[in-house]
Design a protein around this ligand. Structure first.
Ligand code: COA
Length: 322
């Protein structure tokens, strides 16, 4: 059984944080942040606004923007997040309860910024197996609650947001072959600790905040993403010319520019959400899709390569026909 994304919707908290905010709390400036990252603004959740709230608001937007869609028959809910309200109950179960969806399997997945595409790949598998017919896939994060505001190399990057895709059976392939993987040897280069104080036998700062080795992740991202785009195209017997758009995880504008240069693809065909949302981890791909859709860029039948990458260091890519 083939599958398709029936609709995508997003939600971002209303509180806008410009680069000027960081000028007050760390030694930095607007020009440095824009030139090194491409970020002008990001959104922060309110104190009492959590990842589950963002998921619920994204579903509300999905229903408002798609009058023909209902939640009736949703039989699986997958939430990608590394910034859940709590470890259990899962965010998926919170969504299930908010909308009183009976008989839905509920799981959260942790693949960091690659998680939304991992979720699509799992949904595709569930539908292909014939066991499920209507799957909600979320990428949702409140990174602002796990940011170390004393670390000027990372705190300027992160923002909050959520996206949700409804995945259903299709009579022709619209979620094409995917690539998934991880290089766990880089575990220490991007982590959000819980109670353990080491990764791969090496000590880490276990303060419940995000830590990253920006330079290592930057280099790894450009090399890995470029190679995986080629692998994904080959797996689908396609070339870059077959694609209408590429949506990479919006980690840093310079990573997107670097990959565009590496694979020789026009930057204007790379859609992103970095400028006004920052790095929203697993929410960044649906946010980029939503911006482009509302700008009228994405047309029915377009072929879009989506590829996420991040903590793990994980990666996951898929080609979507909308
Ligand atoms: N404001 C001003 N200066 C800053 C700064 C800030 N917020 N953060 C770092 N600097 C300084 C550094 O201290 C350094 O100064 P020095 O040369 O005197 O030592 C200088 O700027 C350059 O730092 P560097 O770390 O080389 O910057 P960079 O160009 O590598 O950019 C990142 C830093 C974090 C933006 C970049 O490495 C990055 O984006 N990495 C990938 C991160 C990412 O995307 N992670 C998520 C993946 S899912």
């Amino acid at each position: 059984m083939d599958s398709k994304i029936t609709a995508i919707a997003v939600y971002a908290p209303s509180k806008k944080i410009t680069n000027a905010y960081f000028e007050q709390i760390i030694e930095t400036n607007d020009e440095w942040i824009i030139s090194r990252t491409g970020i002008r603004e990001r959104r922060f959740a309110e104190k009492d606004e959590y990842t589950s709230n963002l998921c619920i608001s994204a579903v509300e937007n999905l229903l408002v923007e798609n009058k023909d869609i209902s939640l009736e028959g949703v039989d699986f809910i997958i939430v990608s997040t590394t910034t859940a309200d709590q470890v259990m109950p899962s965010m998926a179960s919170q969504v299930q309860n908010a909308f009183k969806i009976p008989n839905a399997g509920c799981i959260d997945i942790m693949a960091a910024c690659a998680g939304f595409v991992y979720g699509l790949t799992i949904a595709k598998g569930l539908i292909a197996a014939g066991t499920h017919k209507k799957v909600l896939v979320f990428g949702a994060e409140t990174l602002s609650k796990f940011t170390d505001y004393t670390d000027r190399t990372s705190c300027i990057l992160f923002g909050d947001g959520a996206g949700v895709a409804l995945v259903e059976p299709s009579d022709h392939p619209q979620l094409l072959n995917a690539v998934t993987g991880s290089d766990g040897s880089h575990g220490k280069d991007l982590y959000l600790s819980q109670h353990r104080t080491e990764v791969n036998g090496e000590p880490i700062e276990a303060n419940g905040k995000i830590h990253q080795n920006g330079k290592v992740v930057f280099k790894w991202a450009i090399q890995t993403v470029s190679a995986k785009i080629k692998e994904l195209l080959a797996k689908n017997d396609m070339t870059l010319d077959d694609l209408d758009w590429v949506i990479l995880h919006s980690a840093n504008m310079r990573i997107i520019e670097g990959v565009a240069g590496e694979i020789n693809y026009p930057l204007e065909k790379m859609l992103c959400s970095i400028e006004y949302f920052g790095n929203t981890s697993s929410a960044s791909i649906p946010l980029a899709y939503d911006i482009a859709r509302k700008d009228g860029k994405i047309k029915p039948g377009n072929k879009i390569l989506m590829l996420g990458f991040g903590g793990g260091l994980t990666f996951s890519g898929i080609i979507v026909v909308v």
